[in-house]
Design a protein around this ligand. Sequence first.
Ligand SMILES: [Fe+2]
Ligand SMILES: [Fe+2]
Ligand SMILES: [Fe+2]
Length: 417
Amino acid sequence: MTLKAAAVPTTLSVDLDRAVLALSDALDFIGVDEIGHGHRVALMAAMCASALEWEPERIHLLVQAGLMHDCGVSSTREHRAIINELMWEGEHAHCDRGFGYLGAVPPLAHLAPIVLEHHTPWEQLCHRGVDENVALIANLIYLVDRADAVRSRGVAEGRPVVDILSRYEGSHFAPELMAVFREEASREAFWFAQEDPTLRERVVELAISGDPVLLTMSEIKALAVMFGRIIDAKSPYTERHSLGVATVAIRLGRHFGLSAMALDMIEVSALLHDLGKLRIPDELLEKQGPLTADERRRMARHAFDTFEVLRRVFGDGPVAQWAAFHHEYVSGHGYPFHREAVNLPLEARIIAVADVLQALAQRRPYRQPLKPEDIVAILDGMVFGGKLDRDVVAVVKADLDTYWHDAVAQEGAEPSQ
Ligand SMILES: [Fe+2]
Ligand SMILES: [Fe+2]
Ligand SMILES: [Fe+2]
């Protein structure tokens, strides 16, 4: 059978507000059983800010920062620590990481200084003379973030939460912010609003403002690299996985003569293919030995979760599909969509092969990285079993060293130009 490349659009239209909103869902997945933290922080902060009569543009900035504030956290273990402790040593590590991630994405770089300071006590912000606008937004996020953490630990909404945070008034939280929070949090309505479906509906209204801000392809790629890094930071075993898959996929795409647009899109898809893995607890991702039926189901849904987030950023066309089909088999027996071969475009097959190659070339909890010759035997077995595309695997085998180095390369973290 001749491999057919998919028909690709001539432009990729991505609106910044919608992308931030959809990707914040992926970040909120990290809570696993306690999802929605970023949404609640954004909404609580916006409710306090409108009581303070902040300008709409400033509230929009606050909401964006609220949705992205914990982008430096990838692991479910670290997320648990953040929710279970009020203040703890090392809390700034995720602020520094978030600052680094956001600073590298031009349309989000203005959020970086806010995210950097979202666990900095108010006294320190004043002492260091941090820009007043940044300081107030960061401190408001800090305050409602801790309110959500305290409530998630089982402290009753309203007065009990306020009483705990009031101990830190002046030292950690700005008195004017504490005053407005005290007022807002005394109303049941403030807490009722933090529950779905109200939470989601209000956050959508707050996050999508006015005219769309369409991103250029290099901005889209920078955003995809940022989320690729977040996904890869989830476990030491997946370090650089998404970046390696993207590097391999681009080279394969070139070999098959894909257009420049299709190459850009395959790069973005490859960087984001494991987005849904943010929802898998670290313990399960690193589990050695066989999985139970329930654990297998949890693992299998990651490609579906990838699709659900990406269709909201890119629509349900090629980018979302190529990314989400990385566990589909040419036999039609893959998961979770069970696509038939005829509905599995070349680009999806390329990402599937690149994914397997990168994973085999990397250390896993249960084994060392495999050598090229062992990888070939496994790839051949997967072709024989109807899992991977024969022609794509043949291209990898013909230039194995190059592809193997692409998969594990330590350089090349930047998006292609
Ligand atoms: Fe945080
Ligand atoms: Fe947080
Ligand atoms: Fe993967």
